[in-house]
Ligand binder design. Structure first.
Ligand code: SF4
Length: 199
C-alpha cells in the first residue's frame, strides 16, 4: 500500500510519541503499560500463510490464506483471514467482491466438503467415500457409453460420438490437469464438455 506521510501527520505522530515517553519519564509508568495493553495485537501474528487460487472464476486470482492452529501439535487449523497475493501476476493483490468474501465461503455451513449421494428411493443425501464415489461414477459412465456410443454416422463414417454424458471441468486447475482432462474426455468420444470458464 502506498502511504503519503504529510508534515502535519508526521508532527502529530511525533508529538504523541514524545508525550508517551515523557509521561513515563515523569513516573507515570502505569499509564504507558495501560496504553500498550490497549493496543490491539496484529491479528495475523503467529498465523501460517498458505498460497492458493480463488475458486470462484476463471480469472484464477492468487490468494493468501492465514490460518491459526498448529497441526503438528494436534491442533485444528482454522483460516482466519484471506487476502489477495501481491506477488501473483494475475491480480497483484487485488480481489473482486466475490474473492474478498472468500472467508465466508470457506466457513459456510452449506459448503460441500466431501462426496454425497442420494440413493434411489431416498429423500436425502448421505456422505460416501471418495473410493465409492469414483467407482460409482466410472461404472455409470462406462455403462452409459457402452449403451449409447455412436460409432458410425449415416454415411458409414467412423465418428465414435458419445453424446449422452457430459463433463464439467474446473477452470482453477493447472495447464497440465486441463490437458489431461481434455484428452480423457475427447478420447472417450464425449461431445458435451464445458467448464466454468466457458472456453
Ligand atoms: S477474485 Fe474475483 S476475479 Fe479473481 S478469481 Fe476470484 S472471483 Fe474471479
Amino acid at each position: 500500500m502506498n502511504m503519503e506521510l504529510s508534515r502535519r501527520t508526521f508532527l502529530k505522530g511525533a508529538s504523541a510519541g514524545l508525550a508517551g515517553t515523557t509521561i513515563g519519564a515523569l513516573g507515570f509508568g502505569e499509564a504507558e503499560t495501560a496504553y500498550a495493553a490497549a493496543i490491539r495485537p496484529f491479528k495475523l501474528a503467529g498465523t501460517t500463510e498458505t498460497r492458493n487460487t480463488c475458486t470462484y472464476c476463471s480469472v484464477a486470482c492468487g490468494i493468501i490464506m492465514y490460518s491459526k492452529g498448529n497441526l503438528a501439535k494436534g491442533e485444528k487449523a482454522d483460516i482466519i483471514h484471506i487476502e489477495g497475493d501481491v506477488d501473483h501476476p494475475t491480480n497483484r493483490g487485488t480481489l473482486c467482491p466475490k474473492g474478498a468474501a472468500l472467508l465466508d465461503y470457506v466457513h459456510a455451513e452449506t459448503r460441500l466438503k466431501y462426496p454425497m449421494v442420494r440413493k434411489p428411493g431416498s429423500d436425502k443425501f448421505e456422505r460416501v467415500s471418495w473410493d465409492y464415489a469414483l467407482d460409482r461414477i466410472a461404472r455409470l459412465m462406462k455403462d452409459d457409453r457402452d449403451r449409447n456410443i455412436v460409432e458410425k454416422n449415416n454415411d458409414g463414417v467412423t465418428v465414435n460420438r458419445w453424446t449422452t454424458t457430459g463433463f464439467l471441468a474446473a477452470s482453477a486447475t493447472t495447464n497440465e490437469t486441463a490437458w489431461a482432462t481434455y484428452k480423457v474426455v475427447r478420447s472417450a468420444g464425449m461431445v458435451v464438455f464445458d467448464n466454468q470458464a466457458r472456453v
